[in-house]
Design a protein around this ligand. Structure first.
Ligand code: SF4
Length: 355
């Protein structure tokens, strides 16, 4: 079998949280704690979890925007830490990032055409005489008119700006794009259009996505596989259909039970976890979730649960996963629809592929 496009093995990343008056570190946060992941070409892997769980840090480690404290990140089999300047430049061409905020990610002083031409020149992708035509092609590819190249970012709506950011990312013909909450700042109906655009571009260009989101309704629509993170660790990893139909980890079940059901008159029983997310500066020993988990036993307070294979491609980090009742029983439905989710799902249907 060929090497994965992207691979993280035993990756950890610590940050200094506090320093004393002499500048010495007095507290550190392990934002990512022993993460193993692999992404195939053309695949979408979603990273989900509450704010501060480490999913954006994993995205930045995958792009070598920050260095791991431990472990190795490989792209097409090459250790990113071993790349020199030239190798890193080649990698940057193949691996791009789309940010949450399209307002902040575009240069307000450049025309859209200049912004899209810049990476073409930087990576020698198109000769200067061909760049204008290539810019027009890129704008068409993301559903915008080629003449928009003459305008500035402030002249566009939020959805259009995110399309421009996507055009800039695909300008260098990448193989991998890390999408960090790419639709969170957009209106519900625009969200659906941008997600459908990303799916359409993936099919046409063979892109792989690491899709970072706290919005499970969106993740369900775009991801092939989902990794659920809690306090820097992956607690469950499965293909999307399996994870949503039969979540095994108590944390995954709590996250999924918080998604409203769009059908009129139906709602899931929410499984709210007790307490707040513990401080990442001093996380609980053993299983990080034990302070909030209704199933916790002594072993959970003592031993870190390893990711265990449930079925091929499906892994769970919980000492009790074999003994917990099926998810069907843990997620019964009751009353009351959620109007926002219903609108989002209707918008996915109505948006078509490229708006
Ligand atoms: Fe809950 Fe224990 Fe499983 Fe952690 S290992 S999720 S505390 S049952």
């Amino acid at each position: 079998m060929s090497a994965p496009l992207l691979e993280l093995r035993g990756v950890a990343r610590r940050f200094v949280a506090r320093r004393d008056v002499f500048g010495r570190a007095t507290a550190t946060v392990k934002a990512v704690d022993g993460v193993d992941l692999a992404l195939r070409a053309g695949e979408t892997l979603a990273l989900v979890g509450e704010s501060g769980c480490g999913k954006s840090t994993v995205g930045r480690l995958a792009l070598r925007l920050i260095e791991p404290s431990e472990g190795v990140v490989r792209f097409e089999g090459s250790d990113l830490a071993s790349l020199g300047e030239r190798g890193l430049r080649g990698f940057r061409r193949h691996a791009q990032l789309i940010f949450q905020d399209p307002y902040a990610s575009l240069n307000p002083r450049m025309t859209v055409g200049d912004m899209l031409a810049e990476p073409l020149a930087l990576h020698d992708i198109a000769a200067s005489g061909q760049r204008a035509a290539r810019v027009g092609d890129l704008l068409s590819l993301v559903g915008l008119r080629p003449e928009f190249a003459q305008r500035y970012a402030h002249e566009f709506s939020g959805g259009q700006r995110q399309r421009i950011a996507i055009a800039r990312a695909i300008a260098v013909e990448p193989k991998l794009i890390v999408c960090d909450e790419p639709v969170s700042a957009l209106d519900v109906s625009i969200r659906a259009q941008v997600i459908n655009l990303l799916r359409d571009l993936q099919k046409r260009l063979g892109l792989a996505y690491v899709f970072i989101s706290h919005d499970l309704a969106v993740v369900k629509h775009i991801a092939d596989r989902v990794a659920v993170m809690y306090l820097g660790r992956i607690v469950e990893l499965a293909d999307t259909e399996t994870l949503f139909a039969d979540p095994r980890h108590p944390y995954t079940r709590a996250l999924l039970s918080a998604i409203p059901v769009p059908e009129p008159g139906l709602r899931r029983n929410r499984r709210i976890l007790d307490g707040d997310v513990p401080s990442p500066i001093d996380p609980p020993p053993g299983c990080h979730l034990h302070t909030r988990c209704p199933h916790a036993v002594d072993q959970c307070r003592r031993d870190r649960p390893a990711l265990e294979t449930v079925t091929p491609g499906r892994e769970v980090a919980c000492h009790l996963w074999r003994d917990l009742p099926p998810a069907r029983d843990s997620l019964p439905r009751e009353s009351a629809p959620d109007p926002v989710l219903a609108k989002l799902q209707a918008a996915f249907v109505a948006a078509g592929s490229v708006a």
